[in-house]
Design a protein around this ligand. Structure first.
Ligand code: DAH
Length: 339
């Protein structure tokens, strides 16, 4: 019996030394320690042992079982440690690697300029009014002192839906909507898309403007100059100067063009300002009495100023964009440059 016990121990140690997985270890456990395993088999053979030797033999068999269990425990701990180490190795991630940043979109340069101007106007107390893009001839022209046969219409040819309904050629009809529905004090800006049948490097059939309108008692050209200088400094930098040049628009009297001193050369003369030191940026003027009257506002009590800014023009100057069509080509290489 002793020999058998030793033999089983030797066999068990030998087998255990070759076991390299938890699955095999389990098979081993069944083979030696299971219900019909080898060690249990020894206990079953106890009936053939002489009664006086039974306690001794029983103890030896038990000792064998304890020893094999301890060995199994050791192998199991080793295998588990190996498995964990392997998992750590396989599942390791390098947390020092920079992550993949999600690709963020960028704002279109026209939107950037629009936001910049809206911020500036808002800080001076202007409210936003957005009018329709499809307008009547009356609102787009007649109410603004441009009668049917007026030569000023030539410069604003557009797309007609019917004889008297058209795509607005400027944001100025916003003035009409505001003045016919509100009494002064009025202080609004009207941003939006406008249309003309033009198409070249500096003219697009669709473009953007912001209209401005201030109507109250005692509004003068000084108010216009002061406010617009403030806005233009916000857009082009605090160092710029502004000047007013006489001009003509049917809906303002007097009318002016506003120039800024060249923000590239500081006024010395360069390619951008064509050597003049000045850049024309917008049209403006004191609201024509006829327009106030057309809209039901008494020109003897109130005066006002108005202006119209082309957003493409501002963006082209600010970002040195040579061709207006680039804004509408949807070339991502172009639009992604404006962060
Ligand atoms: N509506 C003019 C245009 O599109 C721009 C303009 C000029 C608007 C003078 C005004 C203004 O309100 O006073 O060319």
């Amino acid at each position: 019996m002793k020999e058998k016990i030793n033999q089983i121990l030797v066999e068990a140690k030998e087998k255990l030394s070759t076991i390299d997985s938890l699955k095999l270890l389990n098979d081993f456990r069944v083979e030696f320690l299971g219900k019909s395993g080898k060690v249990t088999g020894l206990l079953k053979g106890m009936k053939d042992v002489a009664p006086e030797l039974r306690p001794q033999v029983g103890q030896a068999v038990n000792g064998l079982r304890v020893e094999i269990e301890a060995l199994v425990g050791e192998v199991e701990a080793n295998l588990k440690a190996q498995e964990t180490a392997l998992r750590f190795k396989n599942e390791a991630i390098d947390i020092s690697l920079p992550g993949k940043a999600p690709e963020l979109g960028t704002l279109h340069p026209i939107t950037l300029v629009k936001n910049l101007l809206i911020d500036a106007f808002s800080s001076l107390g202007f409210q936003i009014y957005e009018g329709p893009e499809i307008e009547t001839d009356k609102n787009n022209f007649q109410m603004l002192n441009i009668p049917e046969d007026h030569p000023a219409r030539d410069m604003q040819d557009t797309f007609y839906i019917t004889e008297s309904i058209l795509l607005r050629t400027h944001t100025s009809p916003g003035q009409v909507h505001v003045m016919t529905s509100t009494q002064p004090p009025i202080k609004v800006m009207c941003p939006g898309r406008v249309y003309r049948s033009d198409d070249d490097a500096t003219h697009s059939p669709i473009f953007h403007q912001i209209e401005g309108l201030v109507v109250d008692k005692n509004i003068s050209l000084c108010d216009l100059k002061g406010s617009l200088e403030e806005i233009l400094k916000h857009v082009f930098g605090p160092q710029i100067k502004t000047r007013l040049r006489p001009s003509y628009f049917p809906f303002t009297e007097p009318s002016v063009e506003i120039d800024v001193s060249c923000f590239e050369c500081g006024g010395k003369g360069c390619k951008l300002c064509k050597g003049t030191g000045w850049i024309e940026v917008l049209g403006a003027g004191m609201v024509n009495k006829n327009v106030l009257q057309n809209c039901g506002i008494d020109p003897e009590v109130y005066t006002g100023y108005a202006f119209g800014i082309g957003l493409e023009r501002i963006a082209m100057l600010k970002y040195h964009i040579p061709d207006i069509r680039m804004f509408f080509d949807n070339d991502l290489r172009f639009v992604k440059q404006f962060k």
